[in-house]
Ligand binder design. Structure first.
Ligand code: NAD
Length: 369
């Protein structure tokens, strides 16, 4: 017998369809309501996915049946909506980043703690089959002790294709806050917490010209760094490098690689759920693609919410949790701070590696007691 957690979704834009598709199928969850600043969007998504209610945000927060708010709004209001949900006595799971500023993210964690509520946060791609395979193989020692890692996300920016790209160039976005959570969540899930960081951040192109319709030709003034190179000293002793950029044309190096004493692992795209996972070990003839035995290799956005719901019912820790997301946010800010201040920054936050998922775990099956 399952005892699903009743959830309400706030923010019915682009990303909400995949969450609705998945969350309405997971036995741990019952999607009771959709809400949006634009009520028609909430109504349209409720109708499309068979969700019983379409609400204003206030109505959703006031509904006592809703136990968990899935916050899919824009980053600028992640903190505000997250805090409102907690104040209404509900658990909250935010899309990434947890919040724009450390302060509102910290307030969320403190409020949740004081009320016995939980905070969860995307990305949950690290729970997918590809990255869980990496986790299993690294924990088993296939590449020995990890000594270094590198992560590269580089492009010339989204204004050639995105219909309203201005926000990517404002504080709280830029390539680090927009894409960094995928890369840093993956690195910390594999290697553990980061002790200190340093970095350099710059704006290479102070103005951008929109190439896409309907705003083609409009100038964007860039107000946040768009090329950020960070150095991460992990508590384990491993040293990481991360480059996120909207300023450069593609290079040949992209994605994440982890270097161990006994080999090297090329990870799959951390913004996706599947493989491939490729390993080089000295003595073997070539790079070897590793079998993926874990489930969820397709777009499974929402499995972090399902895991959180199981954990609420079973009294266990959930994997895509607020402590991890706060550490990632802290790292992203600290790299920018280090660049401004010209020094290393010792991090005040830390995290524990979320438990690995057993092979065969699927959010499509019930796990709650
Ligand atoms: N689009 C993607 O491919 C993608 C992928 C992964 C993660 N994300 C993340 O998901 C989140 C949402 O992205 P999106 O692409 O769906 O954005 P979007 O702009 O398409 O949708 C956001 C929705 O939130 C609503 N909203 C804004 N402020 C609100 C408020 N105060 N109260 C209620 N509703 C409010 C808007 O009306 C809109 O419908 C972001 O954090 C983004 O980083 C997006």
């Amino acid at each position: 017998m399952t005892n699903p957690v009743n959830i309400g979704i706030v923010g019915c834009g682009n990303i909400s369809s995949i969450y609705l598709k998945n969350c309405t199928r997971f036995p741990s969850l019952r999607v009771l309501a959709c809400a949006d600043l634009v009520l028609e969007r909430a109504q349209a998504q409720a109708t499309a996915f068979g969700v019983p209610k379409a609400y204003s945000v206030d109505e959703l927060m006031a509904d006592p049946a809703i136990e968990l708010v899935l916050n899919l709004t824009i980053p600028a209001v992640h903190g505000e909506i997250g805090l409102a949900a907690l104040q209404a006595g509900k658990h909250v799971y935010n899309e990434k980043p947890l919040a724009i500023e450390r302060e509102s993210a910290r307030q969320m964690l403190e409020l949740a703690e004081s009320r016995g509520l939980r905070v969860g946060c995307a990305p949950d791609t690290f729970m997918g089959g590809g990255l869980q395979t990496c986790r299993k193989l690294i924990d088993q020692g296939l590449i020995g002790r990890p000594v270094a890692a590198q992560a590269f996300m580089q492009s010339r920016g989204p204004e050639s294709w995105h219909p309203s790209p201005d926000f990517f160039y404002q504080p709280g976005a830029g390539p680090m806050f927009d894409m960094g959570p995928y890369y840093l969540t993956t690195l910390t899930m594999l290697l553990g917490p980061v002790r200190r960081v340093t970095g350099s951040a710059q704006i290479s192109h102070p103005q951008r010209v929109i190439g896409s319709q309907p705003l083609q030709g409009t100038i964007i003034t860039v107000n946040t760094p768009t090329h950020i190179a960070g150095v991460l000293d992990f508590q384990s002793g491993a040293v990481g490098t991360i480059v996120t950029s909207f300023d450069v044309h593609p290079g040949k190096i992209k994605g994440i690689e982890v270097f161990g004493t006994e080999g090297t692992m090329i990870l799959p795209d951390p913004n996706a759920f599947g493989g491939p996972v490729i390993v080089y070990r000295p003595g073997e003839l070539d790079w070897q693609e590793q079998p993926i035995e874990h489930t969820h290799v397709e777009n499974s956005r929402g499995i972090g919410v399902a895991d959180m719901a199981d954990a609420i019912r079973n009294g266990q820790p959930h994997r895509a949790n607020g402590e991890l997301a706060f550490h990632v946010l802290d790292i992203m800010h600290a790299i920018h701070d280090a660049s401004r201040e010209g020094r290393h920054i010792e991090l005040q936050s830390t995290m524990e590696r979320p438990a690995a998922l057993p092979t065969g775990w699927s959010a499509l099956e019930a796990h709650a007691a």
